[in-house]
Design a protein around this ligand. Structure first.
Ligand SMILES: Nc1ncnc2c1ncn2[C@@H]1O[C@H](COP(=O)(O)OP(=O)(O)O)[C@@H](O)[C@H]1O
Ligand SMILES: [Mg+2]
Length: 274
């Protein structure tokens, strides 16, 4: 963990890359959120939202964040993205202070944020195009590979309005991942999907995480989803959020809901939330 005098998390964690999941070793994508407090003005009164929250994720790990609705989970994710500034505290990625949004951090929200006038292919290629790689064959191949990876080959010329919710979220994942970010921030990415699509996409997120080796920081209200995917589950209190508990999930993968240890952990996290 980073302290005031030492901001070298990246080099610190680089020595320790064993994930035990058969995934490629990852040395980048450490994130440290240190002593973060946040407050907003609500009807002229300060509304404390985050209360000295500290949370770190090792390179290539999958950390989920669960907590009561309105506790401050999205607020923390926005801070991690660099979209807002905290009232107190510091945020580091690989030991570098976060001062604003950066392509090294990809974002996926609950509602797909595809541009309605662009096709699936154009939406997924948007990041590379903005970065000036429009006609670069290497980037065209990467966009193609990403479209294939999320199973949208048949829909590359389709507009977002014609996609199902699940397909739109696949496209959003592909768009966030095509520039190969070191960290993927997911804010209830599957929260609006039906149960069947949600479980298909959970497998999909797991597969993408294994293949691409990014660090995932995911907010979810679905404890089973968090247990299926995560190395750790951080449980928030009600607003203003504090970390109630940071629960390591050492279950073997792939995980099954009927494993007694899975059920025990599920019970424990639900107890913390109630
Ligand atoms: N920009 C903002 N201005 C004022 N209040 C906000 C703002 N963003 C969030 N809040 C408030 O902060 C609290 C936490 O919000 P949020 O982080 O979205 O919760 P969660 O994602 O855990 O459901 C809520 O009470 C919300 O109304
Ligand atoms: Mg939220």
């Amino acid at each position: 963990m980073v302290t005031d005098s030492d901001t070298a998390t990246g080099t610190d964690t680089a020595k320790d890359t064993a994930t035990g999941t058969g995934r490629p070793a990852t040395t980048r994508g450490a994130i440290d959120l240190l002593d973060i407090s946040q407050a907003f003005l609500s009807h002229g009164e300060p509304l404390p939202v985050l209360d000295h929250v500290s949370l770190s994720a090792r390179p290539g790990s999958f950390v989920s964040l669960v907590g009561p609705s309105g506790s401050g989970k999205s607020t923390l994710l926005r801070l991690a993205a660099g979209l807002d500034k905290p009232l107190t505290g510091r945020i580091y990625v690989d030991g570098r202070r976060v001062t604003g949004p950066d392509p090294s951090r990809g974002l996926v929200f609950q509602d797909p944020t595809l541009l309605p006038w662009l096709t699936v292919e154009q939406n997924i290629g948007l990041g590379p195009r903005v970065q000036g790689h429009r006609d670069d064959p290497v980037w065209r191949d990467r966009v193609d590979a990403m479209i294939e990876m999320v199973g949208l080959e048949e829909f590359r010329q389709t507009l977002p309005a014609e996609l199902s919710g699940g397909m739109a979220q696949r496209a959003s994942l592909a768009r966030a991942l095509v520039t190969r970010p070191e960290i993927l921030l997911l804010d209830e990415p599957l929260g609006k999907l039906d149960a069947l699509t949600r479980s298909t996409l959970q497998v999909e997120i797991d597969r993408l995480w294994r293949r691409q080796g990014f660090t995932a920081l995911m907010v979810t209200h679905d404890v089973e989803e968090a247990l299926l995917l995560s190395d750790r589950i951080v449980v928030f209190s009600a607003r203003p959020a504090r970390v109630l508990e940071d629960v390591p999930i050492d279950l073997p993968r792939p995980r099954t809901l009927d494993d007694p240890e899975f059920r025990r952990l599920r019970r424990r996290i639900l107890d913390l939330l109630s």
